[in-house]
Design a protein around this ligand. Structure first.
Ligand code: KMH
Ligand code: ZN
Length: 276
């Protein structure tokens, strides 16, 4: 049995003030992705930052990051359309025009820590249709049980195609708490044949990632989800987090999927002239 490791090198919130090893420029992000690829990651979940480290949907910055990554390694790109809490939905959805192999689709609006994450129903449908029309596979980020029902409605409407691909996000303030009970309840409800991974944010990251692997899920690792390697110890980059996740999988007698295996496991449409 193989597991796919996705590296999430930079998220929407932390800055270098929180962890100086957080990559924020396209060059730093590409270098971080290369380190993660060498440590076993087959997918890279990508957020961009501007010169002030703010989350951005700037197409030039995104294009540059994707090109630099492609120069370094053949990792599969999953572009975040979540981008950041203060970036308008209309700007976020334009990223699909860069035609990454995958992009995130966040199905519902929600409180997100002290902020708001806006994913209006009409915009979500428009984004799902755009992904379907250009052959970008959606990675569905569900933060609560009702978000799964919203995804199943999109499936009924023909805006998504099976097999579906889910991230079960645990530990965001405003979403499900990071508990094994919540994870199990979600996994039980996924359509048969769905690919899934845990995104466990913050302190519960290691424990819930391990539980997800033991349950047969894929895994995500990186500074987007936790800045720490263990309590009180900042991770000196993304590679140590990816390496530890690969070791965890190996200890469970699971192989780490390479890019070719991951493409098959995720039923990715063929590359369409965009980025990996
Ligand atoms: N950090 C995630 C929990 C996305 O990438 O589409 C939220 C997020 C969404 O970043
Ligand atoms: Zn993200």
């Amino acid at each position: 049995m193989s597991v796919i490791i996705t590296v999430a090198p930079t998220g929407p919130i932390a800055t270098k003030a929180d962890n100086p090893h957080l990559p924020t420029t396209p060059e730093e992000i590409a270098d971080a992705v290369l380190g993660a690829y060498r440590a076993g990651a087959a997918v890279a979940h990508i957020h961009l930052r501007d010169e002030s480290q703010r989350p951005t949907a700037d197409l030039g910055i995104a294009r540059r990051a994707l090109d630099l990554i492609a120069d370094r390694c053949p990792i599969l790109i999953q572009l975040s359309t979540g981008v950041g809490l203060d970036v308008p939905f209309e700007d976020r959805e334009k990223l699909v025009g860069l035609r990454p192999r995958m992009a995130t689709l966040n199905p519902c609006s929600m409180s997100f820590g002290d902020g708001e994450f806006l994913n209006p129903p009409r915009g979500v449908r428009r984004l799902a249709a755009a992904m379907r029309d250009v052959g970008v596979k959606p990675e569905l980020e569900v933060y609560d049980s009702g978000h799964l029902d919203a995804c199943l409605r999109l499936l009924d409407e023909g805006l998504l195609a099976e097999p579906l691909q889910f991230s079960i996000v645990l530990g965001v303030g405003g979403g499900m708490a990071a508990t094994a009970d919540n994870l199990l309840a979600m996994v039980r409800r996924l359509p048969p044949g769905s690919a899934w991974q845990v995104i466990a944010v913050g302190r519960a990251n290691l424990r819930l990632t391990g539980i997800g692997l033991a349950m047969g899920g894929n895994a995500r690792a990186g500074l987007e989800d936790t800045l720490h390697l263990r309590k009180g110890e900042l991770s000196p980059g993304n590679t140590p987090l990816v390496r530890r996740t690969a070791q965890l999988a190996n200890a469970l007698d699971q192989k780490v999927a390479d890019v070719t295996a991951a493409e098959v496991m995720l039923s990715l449409p063929a590359g369409n002239g965009g980025n990996q």
